[in-house]
Design a protein around this ligand. Structure first.
Ligand SMILES: Nc1nc2c(ncn2[C@@H]2O[C@H](COP(=O)(O)OP(=O)(O)O)[C@@H](O)[C@H]2O)c(=O)[nH]1
Ligand SMILES: [Mg+2]
Length: 310
């Protein structure tokens, strides 16, 4: 390992957040318009302005400056991180129309209010299960301001698969290398700075069970959410020319039918890969639910494009 992953004697972020709550509530005492105006001007490009999509996915956007998604394989410490960051500010329920459990909570940091959404534990975003579908839809259509991918530091190879998939969908990623104490116990050493450079997103080592590294994590989340920390996620670019041509054709179709579709390139790739749920969503007009378009027209056009592209 290249360094200590927590500053000695540093405050636990939960305490930091509780301390700053009073500052934030003072601001909101003035008026909700006064509070939101400077923020809107400040981050015009923040995906939080996709509030309509978030509302459709069941996330109440009232009083939050940034929405943070928490993704990761099962058993990597997601709930532990979630509980440490949100403290007592959390509630649980179900995803709209589905029985999969959902937990949401909040914390304050540097005068901003962050809403944390715990996604179901998944190994991939290829949507072969309901859990994966929920996680994928939230990251793709909800467009959270930051997606934290929690990675088990003792199982990097398997866990980084999900991180790479999330980075295909969104630029705004923070990788949390959790279970660092276990990695150390196994004699594993991880060069997190090099990993961050290679991935193009912040990488924060933590040991959530022992409350270590969480203040660095909150700092990284805040940096990516506000845009102070630019990211440049690693993406595989070695597409053969025929595939590139097929993707370009599909992207054009998708974008003309669903002008607001986020990351149409990723959707096109999934279609070419034969992702039945994505095709079904297009044919049924479910993508249009979140991004208004004309489903019948696009599905006819895409059927022809897909036939010729394959
Ligand atoms: N040793 C160690 N255990 C951890 C750490 N973070 C979480 N755990 C433990 O790992 C188990 C799974 O954690 P949980 O938060 O439920 O994982 P989730 O399935 O991703 O939500 C629990 O027993 C936690 O106490 C850590 O940093 N170090
Ligand atoms: Mg959990």
């Amino acid at each position: 390992m290249t360094g200590e992953y927590d500053k000695p004697g540093s405050n636990n972020p939960v305490r930091q957040s509780q301390k700053s709550t009073s500052t934030v509530s003072k601001q909101s005492d003035t008026s909700s318009q006064d509070k939101s105006a400077p923020l809107q001007a400040q981050c015009q490009t923040c995906p939080v302005h996709n509030a309509a999509n978030l509302l459709k996915l069941g996330v109440d956007m009232q009083d939050w400056d940034f929405v943070i998604a928490l993704a990761g394989n099962p058993n990597v410490g997601k709930s532990t991180v979630f509980n440490a960051l949100t403290g007592l500010h959390q509630h649980t329920g179900n995803w709209p129309g589905k029985t999969v459990a959902r937990a949401e909570g909040g914390f304050d940091y540097n005068g901003y209010r962050f809403k944390l959404v715990d996604l179901p534990g998944t190994y991939s975003l290829l949507a072969t299960s309901l859990d994966e579908e929920i996680a994928r839809d939230f990251i793709l259509f909800g467009q959270p301001d930051v997606t934290i991918v929690i990675v088990d530091a003792t199982q990097m190879e398997r866990n980084l698969n999900l991180a790479l998939q999330v980075m295909q969908i969104t630029d705004r990623v923070v990788v949390c290398l959790n279970l660092m104490d276990e990695a150390e116990r196994h004699g594993l050493s991880i060069d997190e700075r090099r990993l961050a450079r290679d991935l193009g997103v912040p990488v924060v080592p933590t040991s959530a069970r022992h409350n270590k590294g969480l203040d660095n994590l909150v700092q990284a989340i805040s940096g990516v959410a506000t845009g102070e920390t630019p990211t440049n996620p690693y993406r595989i670019q070695n597409e053969p020319p025929e595939l590139k041509r097929a993707i370009d054709q599909l992207v054009e179709k998708l974008e003309s039918a669903y002008p607001k579709l986020p990351n149409s390139r990723w959707v096109a790739l999934r279609l070419l890969d034969g992702d039945e749920r994505i095709s079904e969503a297009i044919y049924k007009g479910e993508l249009g639910d979140l991004t208004p378009g004309e489903p019948e027209v696009v599905s006819q056009g895409l059927e022809i494009e897909l036939e010729t592209a394959r």
